[in-house]
Design a protein around this ligand. Structure first.
Ligand code: LMR
Length: 397
């Protein structure tokens, strides 16, 4: 039956973890996948999550959730994204369903887009998280790209972005990273978001925000939602994919939310029913435990406060490691400019290393990262930063 099946290509991100695990060298370092580690290089379970687990333990049944997931979880998630008192929530104009983390939210939306706007396009930034391309490809949506990052400045190519999006036909969908752009760590300023919002309005473009890092850009969940709030103020209908993988450390629980802002409450009911209908033959209904944890944390003022503090601790440790990596490279006498390491934000540093240099880092130094030169700063620690800087210096001499 399967003679014709060839092995699939290694995933550019998760394949790095596979290679790292297969390496037995004690010096090995994994700065590939975007998963937070503490300064000992260990995975972290947040204290607020541990407490929520204790509150839940032994009290919950194991029944199916509805197809759209835990209603309270959805309500709390959209408040986090749009603001507690957002008019769109008071007017019940938001269709929200629990999803299998951010990937599941993007995929559900891509399928919804294909079903109800079958001839529409998606515009994807260059570069972006590798899986975005897979998601819209598998949903069979016509994909186009727009300029986002300028290698010469290691910053945003705002002119290129505006120029490309001006050419997008009316009715196109545009994928935006709400904050802490993956992989570049480069976000538009508030004024640039405002200009983009105007363009979307005048040209009839639909903003789809992937918000996988709320809290990780600035340590403040409200500030990190500024792009969405700016578009909301301009009265856009938009959609948002949220993930609690990074900001609550719930990676393997697969807990996220897809919300679609509609014109009125009846539309929101209709849209939600269709999203549920797409979910039913795919996975029927989402998992229970992660949604219960998030719901417990977000509905308890003390736990929520603790969560804010813990997100900030993670964000601040990463900022500290950016400074350490940069200063170590400078100490080594590297003649290359490294200020982008501290200018970029979120989990990643888009280093500018070439594929060949990355390959050398892996072969000669057992340092694992994606071939586009992205360094997951979450995997950098006081214990490995010197080793990493030295290796980078060696391959960039
Ligand atoms: C990453 O970009 O490293 C993460 O979002 C993990 C993943 O699923 O790719």
């Amino acid at each position: 039956w399967w003679e014709a099946v060839q092995p699939a290509a290694r995933d550019p991100i998760l394949g790095v973890t596979e290679a790292f695990l297969a390496d037995s060298d004690p010096k090995k370092v994994n700065v590939g996948v975007g998963a937070y580690r503490n300064d000992e290089g260990k995975p972290v379970v947040l204290e607020c999550v541990r407490k929520a687990e204790q509150i839940i333990a032994g009290k919950q049944n194991m029944e199916y959730l509805p197809m759209g997931g835990l209603v309270k979880f959805n309500d709390l998630s959209v408040k986090l994204a749009y603001g507690d008192t957002a008019p769109v929530l008071e007017e019940k104009r938001v269709a929200a369903v629990q999803t299998l983390s951010g990937t599941g939210a993007c995929r559900l939306f891509a399928d919804f887009q294909k079903r109800f706007k079958p001839d529409s396009r998606i515009y994807i930034p260059v570069p972006t998280w590798a899986n975005h391309h897979n998601i819209w490809r598998d949903a069979r949506v016509e994909a186009h790209t727009f300029r986002y990052y300028k290698p010469s400045t290691r910053g945003l190519d705002f002119e290129g972005l505006m120029e490309d999006l001006k050419k997008a036909p009316e009715g196109s969908f545009v994928l935006l990273h709400a904050c802490a752009h993956n992989p570049t760590g480069v976000d538009p300023t508030a004024d640039q978001w405002k200009e983009m919002s105007q363009l979307f309005k005048s040209n009839g473009l639909f903003p789809f925000f992937d918000m996988a890092y709320q809290g990780f850009a600035s340590g403040d969940t409200v500030r990190d939602a500024q792009a969405i709030r700016i578009f909301m103020e301009d009265g856009h209908q938009l959609a948002c994919a949220q993930s609690f993988a990074k900001n609550m450390g719930l990676y393997g629980q697969r807990v996220g939310c897809l919300s679609v802002v509609c014109d009125n409450s009846q539309q929101a009911v209709n849209v939600k029913s269709q999203l549920q209908q797409i979910a039913r033959p795919m996975y029927s209904n989402p998992p229970l435990h992660g949604a219960q944890i998030v719901t417990t944390v977000l509905s308890d003022p003390e736990l929520k406060e603790q969560w804010y503090k813990e997100v900030k601790v993670m964000a601040d440790r990463i900022i500290g490691m950016r400074e350490a990596l940069k200063s170590n490279l400078e100490k080594l006498g590297s003649s290359l400019p490294w200020k982008h390491i501290t200018e970029q934000i979120g989990m990643f540093c888009y280093s500018g290393l070439t594929e060949d240099q990355v390959d050398r880092l892996t072969k000669e130094f057992h340092i694992y990262m994606t071939r586009n030169g992205r360094i997951s700063m979450a995997g950098v620690t006081t214990g490995n930063v010197e080793y990493l800087a030295n290796a980078i210096h060696e391959v960039t001499k």
